[in-house]
Design a protein around this ligand. Structure first.
Ligand code: AMP
Ligand code: MG
Length: 488
């Protein structure tokens, strides 16, 4: 692996140099061969012992310059001036064959100067959850950090009970968070905010260097990417669960999979995270929270936007206010595709909203229902099955009539509409109850077959797979998972 590190060239107060703490007996759980190839990483993956030694941090490769990044953050609305990588180390950066730069980070690699009272470790359950969720999100076309390797440490970690320890190797286009900027604002260190903004521009948004006010454009771009990201979460039914400002990457990638979950039944009020009792981060609240987080970022940017504070505030306000327009356009765009609307029509939004409302009121499964809708585009198709899900109600009949009328405005034929819908409405999503089964099987029985099986269908979410029909189904009553835990 050839490292080419840039973050560790920033001033020393941006990070702490720290080494992964060796573990007793690292063993490989999973290695993402495709991602190794994409990243142009030339390691002999057949030597699984060596791979486990490297991605547990027992061996630190030449060129790696391990650091823990400093950051702050608003957690559930409360500002914490110092968080930082308390259980992660950035091994370094690599360039893929397109010269794109990627962070390679170990998560669960032992205490760092930012660990506060934590053990710096990760339990197997959350590592499995992050691996599966991030790879599934990527396959669903959602911008996300990726999972390269998962290893068992051979050691236990103490959470509510004693659990097997594990380490995830995470790949991100950059680990700078909203909270990284906040860290310097809290210290009134404007020079560091500027350095960080310059770093972000050079690394993620190099075209902005040519613009008149690069910092303003940077803020706009970050807001744009976040707006599109949240739209794509809403499209697939993903709930992040802990949208703290330290868990929001300025690259627009989904980051820090904690107590996250996918909707089964469509429900805009859904909350799974055990620590979110007030529903701050509920499914339907995610756009609002993203905008709130971005307003915190804008506060950090004020000194860079204009020397006149009033003018700077006005500029920042415009950007934050524009968030909803970008979000709404992006959301409507992806939802149009989901409903087979290949062109734009003024009625689209109300037709879509009415169906979401119907799904919520009848408590039907979001993914399954949308996939079934792909098969009933024309009057000739049998709607008995889907209509039964809506208790054969008149309001459902009425809706489907109006939806089909709208589809007639399309210039392509119904087969093409069906096909287009099937390309964006997945069959397989990482359902909570399946993740739970995978974790139980790994933790209790040291059995990873279910993990590999589930992963194999999730990386091809639109393609049916005869061998794994049960992975399509929503949970039975006794399988429903109502709460998810971050397990930190
Ligand atoms: P998270 O909830 O994973 O976003 O983490 C919030 C903060 O707590 C970050 O600063 C983490 O580095 C830190 N943290 C979480 N788990 C641990 C742990 N087991 N040991 C040390 N720090 C941790
Ligand atoms: Mg975090």
């Amino acid at each position: 692996m050839q490292f080419d590190n840039t973050y560790s060239n920033l001033p020393e107060h941006f990070f702490e140099r720290t080494r992964p703490v060796p573990v007793t007996k690292p063993t490989l759980i999973c290695c993402n061969n495709d991602l190794f190839e994409t990243l142009n990483l030339k390691l002999n993956l057949n030597d699984s012992e060596k791979v486990a030694e490297i991605f547990s941090g027992n061996i630190v490769l030449d060129g790696s310059d391990p650091i823990a990044l400093a950051y702050a953050g608003h957690q559930f609305g409360h500002f914490v001036p110092q968080l930082g990588d308390g259980r992660a180390v950035l091994l370094g950066e690599v360039l893929d064959s397109n010269k794109l730069r990627w962070d390679v980070q170990l998560k669960g690699s032992g205490p760092t100067p930012f660990s506060r009272n934590g053990d710096g470790r990760a339990a197997l359950g959350p590592v499995i959850r992050e691996y599966i969720l991030s790879e599934s999100m990527n396959a669903l076309g959602v911008s996300t950090t990726r999972s390269l390797v998962a290893v068992l440490t051979g050691e236990s970690v103490i959470r509510e009970t004693s659990e097997p320890g594990a380490i995830l190797t995470r790949i991100a286009s950059c680990h700078v968070r909203v909270g990284t900027f906040q860290y310097y604002l809290a210290k009134n260190d404007i020079n560091s905010i500027k350095l960080l903004a310059d770093y972000a521009i050079n690394r993620l948004y190099p075209d902005l260097r040519k613009t008149k006010n690069p910092y303003l454009e940077l803020l706009k771009q970050i807001c744009h990417r976040q707006a599109c990201l949240i739209a794509s979460w809403m499209n697939v039914g993903f709930i992040h669960g802990v949208m703290n400002t330290d868990n929001m990457a300025i690259s627009g990638e989904t980051i820090d999979y904690g107590p996250c979950a996918f909707l089964d039944n469509y429900n805009s009020d859904a909350v799974f995270s055990s620590i979110d009792s007030a529903g701050r981060y509920s499914f339907g609240n995610q756009a609002k929270i993203a905008q709130w987080n971005l307003a915190r970022l804008a506060e950090c940017f004020l000194p860079l936007l204009d020397p006149d504070e009033k003018k700077a505030i006005a500029l920042a306000m415009d950007v934050i206010e524009a968030f909803y327009k970008i979000y709404n356009d992006s959301y409507l765009g992806v939802m149009r595709q989901k409903f087979g609307f290949l062109s734009n029509n003024l009625k689209d939004k109300s037709i879509i909203d009415e169906f979401l409302d119907l799904m919520q009121r009848y408590g039907v499964d979001y993914t399954l229902t949308m996939r079934k809708l792909c098969g009933v585009v024309t009057e000739l198709s049998d709607i008995t099955e889907i209509s039964t899900m809506f208790s054969k109600s008149i309001e459902f009949d009425d809706w489907i009539r109006r939806w089909r009328n709208r589809l007639r405005l399309e210039t392509v034929n119904s087969n093409e509409i069906t096909q287009a819908m099937m390309n964006v409405n997945p069959i397989f999503i990482p359902r909570n109850h399946l993740i739970e089964k995978v974790i139980q099987s790994a933790v209790n029985d040291h059995e990873f077959q279910l993990f590999h099986d589930l992963l194999s269908v999730l990386v091809n979410p639109y393609k049916d797979n005869e061998n794994f029909q049960s992975f399509k189904s929503p949970p039975k009553a006794n399988e429903i998972v109502n709460q998810t835990y971050c397990g930190t």
